[in-house]
Design a protein around this ligand. Structure first.
Ligand code: ZN
Ligand code: ZN
Length: 255
């Protein structure tokens, strides 16, 4: 199994996962055209894409899902709350998923995990391949819970949100109400919370951590690197941060 980001941040998110020539997407917050262009940059043909899993209805995650899946005639998976908000309840390609109910497709078992975020029924995902690797994709959550720590334990790779630096958020350009939303328990994960989760789920098998959904206004990428380097025992330049407008490299899960 390998994975790559098609882009990550408040203007759009999508994570591509490939296993034995088949692909799935976690979220599609880009137009169909941009999504297919970025997949092509990673040498993925549209016919390889088998499904899209949606985390929640916010447009930076969901806006491209329906158009892409209709064009390719592939299913998309989302919670009832997300589907209701997106007006997908009657859509023939929508499949309803529930927290902790595993769906297996194309050699990948996808476990939806409940997270605290200000959406109708948000889920994040842990993806296990049939050859024994486990990838955790986690963004858009305001706080950590014991359940999240439990579900993301044992991952070989982790793509995790490092949204903001609390101090920079307080002095940043957001109005007080938006600032409170982002910093709240149902908002977004700050750098310290990100590092805390990485430290708590760290084990010798965790070989790759990529940080994403990094705010362009309320964060400093060097601070993210420094903090994660301290928990990963690596040098700050070796910490991989995702970009909003650029596809990442492929990250291969291997022992
Ligand atoms: Zn988001
Ligand atoms: Zn969100």
């Amino acid at each position: 199994m390998k994975y790559a980001s098609l882009g990550s941040g408040s203007r759009g998110n999508a994570t591509l996962i490939e296993h034995q020539q088949h692909c799935v997407l976690i979220d599609c917050g880009f137009s169909r055209k941009v999504t297919l262009q970025r997949m092509a940059q990673l040498d993925i043909d549209p016919a390889q894409l088998k499904a899209v899993w949606v985390t929640h209805e916010h447009s930076d995650h969901a806006k491209g899902v329906q158009g892409l899946c209709e064009a390719l005639d592939i299913p998309f998976y989302a919670s009832f709350g997300t589907a209701r908000k997106m007006e997908w309840l009657e859509h023939p390609l929508w499949h309803c998923i529930r927290a902790e109910q595993v769906v297996t497709l194309a050699g990948l078992s996808v476990t939806p995990v409940t997270v605290p975020h200000d959406a109708q029924e948000p889920l994040q995902y842990v993806i296990s391949s049939d050859d024994g690797y486990k990838l955790g994709v986690l963004s858009d959550l305001g706080s950590l819970t014991p359940h999240i720590v439990e579900q993301y334990t044992g991952c070989h790779a982790l793509q995790i949100e490092a949204n903001h630096d609390p101090q920079l958020l307080q002095v940043g350009p957001y109005p007080p109400s938006l600032r409170a939303r982002v910093a709240g328990n149902f908002g977004h994960l700050n750098n310290q919370q990100c590092a805390e989760l990485v430290a708590r789920v760290s084990w010798p098998g965790l070989k790759k951590v990529t940080a994403g959904h990094i705010s362009e206004k309320n964060n400093d990428r060097n601070r993210v690197r420094a903090l994660l380097a301290s928990v990963l025992n690596c040098l700050p330049p070796d910490v991989e941060l995702l970009e909003q407008d650029t596809v990442s490299d492929w990250y291969q899960l291997a022992l």
